[in-house]
Design a protein around this ligand. Structure first.
Ligand SMILES: Cc1cc2nc3c(=O)[nH]c(=O)nc-3n(C[C@H](O)[C@H](O)[C@H](O)COP(=O)(O)O)c2cc1C
Length: 204
């Protein structure tokens, strides 16, 4: 079985890359080329951020570096370890919580790390790769293992690679891998005038 068709069934035209991005759990074992990996982080680098503070960092490890791969893997919760252990590359994203220029709290640090991750995800899709982000991590363990400094917080895990064969997954995960993708309708989150009142552009 090849990687499934996970094209987003959108309610309005969107860029092809947005339609094609999705979060696989089955990855092809083939390694990600170093130049492609570099392009992913270059894409993250060019994300917008408050005060251009660029509060993101990434700790990355590939299967070719088994010791570091294991160190990142152990920072994921057990469920996420079951499928990410087969990904060719895994990573952690980290936010710096204070602005570099004045040391004040950056209320948008996580927002900007998310933007960098979104850039990374779309660049991955453009290169035939996909990423799968994870909240299911042990941030305190990651802080300890990688000596993440104070005023930083570990945000999310990331698995990445070429999408693989869903048949490689256990039954329950395979079902989820093959399930249609779902989203709330626009009217449930695009408002006008007052909270909860759908904007006209959101109406079908
Ligand atoms: C911040 C974040 C945390 C997530 N945490 C997990 C996780 O711990 N485990 C997991 O299997 N998927 C996780 N996901 C994947 C989401 O479930 C997935 O993005 C969502 O179902 C939409 O699917 P799509 O990305 O294929 O469109 C996470 C995604 C994001 C962005």
């Amino acid at each position: 079985m090849a990687a499934p068709n996970k094209l987003a069934p959108t309610s309005a035209p969107v860029h092809e890359l947005i339609r094609q991005r999705w979060s696989p759990r089955a990855f092809d074992p083939r390694p990600v080329e170093a130049e492609k990996l570099r392009s992913l982080f270059e894409a993250a680098r060019w994300a917008a951020s408050a005060y251009n503070d660029q509060p993101w960092s990434f700790i990355v490890a590939t299967k070719g570096d088994p010791e570091n791969f294991q160190r990142v893997l152990e920072c994921f919760v057990e469920f996420n370890q079951t499928w990410t252990r087969h990904a060719p590359a895994i990573a952690l994203s980290v936010a710096r919580l204070k602005f570099q220029h004045n040391g004040q709290p950056n209320r948008h640090a996580f927002h900007d790390v998310g933007q960098a991750a979104a850039n990374l995800a779309l660049q991955a899709t453009a290169l035939g790769l996909q990423i799968h982000q994870m909240a299911g991590i042990h941030p305190d363990k990651a802080r300890e293992v990688f000596a993440v400094p104070p005023d930083h917080e570990v945000v999310a895990g990331i698995a990445l690679g070429y999408p693989g064969d869903p048949a490689s997954l256990p039954d329950q995960l395979r079902e989820r891998e093959l399930a249609p993708r779902q989203r709330k309708p626009l009217a449930q989150f695009v408002y006008t005038g007052k909270w909860g009142q759908p904007a006209s552009v959101a109406e079908a």
